[in-house]
Design a protein. Sequence first.
Length: 248
Amino acid sequence: MVKSLNATLGGVDQGTYFDIVSDVLEALGRAKLPKSGPQHSVIEVRDSDRVLRIVAGPGSGKTEMLVWRVLFELLVNGTPSDQIVVTSFTNRAATELQVRVVERCDEFLKEAGSRGILISDPQVHNLRVGTIHSLCDELLTEFDTAYLEAGTQLVEESETALRMARTHRFTLGFNNTGPKRLVNRLLDHSKLVALFRPAWDTSNWPSNLMDRVQFLIALLGQHIETWILRCSAESIPNGVGELERIDL
């Protein structure tokens, strides 16, 4: 029996989706999905969803789960690809997401075809994937004529790091000696620093200027992209706000 999606891409039932995902993962040398459990809950997109938080170390499969969650929205819920936005902290992560979504979608369609299930092209290339800054720049360029005519340029990651290195002592406040200022007090909180320290780094990170800059950029990025949204919705202090309430 041949199944075909309608124009809105609806038609692949949830059970079939997870069966195909499991076989694709196995073919790629990864572990098959369990028949049920938290992996399904992470991938499945429900109307009641607000903010999903996945806390795990490097290489644990966070990006993989996000990719399959996006494809679930496309192939099971039938959401048009141009209505989905996927954000990341860095351009490198955004590029990896774009590539992996395309690769996993191709593998999924191939496996579905081998089962006699014909699926219309979900047009994954129309997904908006990028950092929050690049996505805003893209939207302003597309819809704001004055912004486009002004020739505004997005500051790249390397330029951001350079500016942070030059100004964080004065703008945010940091001292090598003497009274502790804002950055010093943030660095003194081991639990906050641990959120951004590479799992393989057992040194006293951040131990130099560029490590410190990397920490501050990551901290500000998460503050803007996740903490404000999640904590504002739940009326609780975010990471920095909680520290400030305690002793900053």
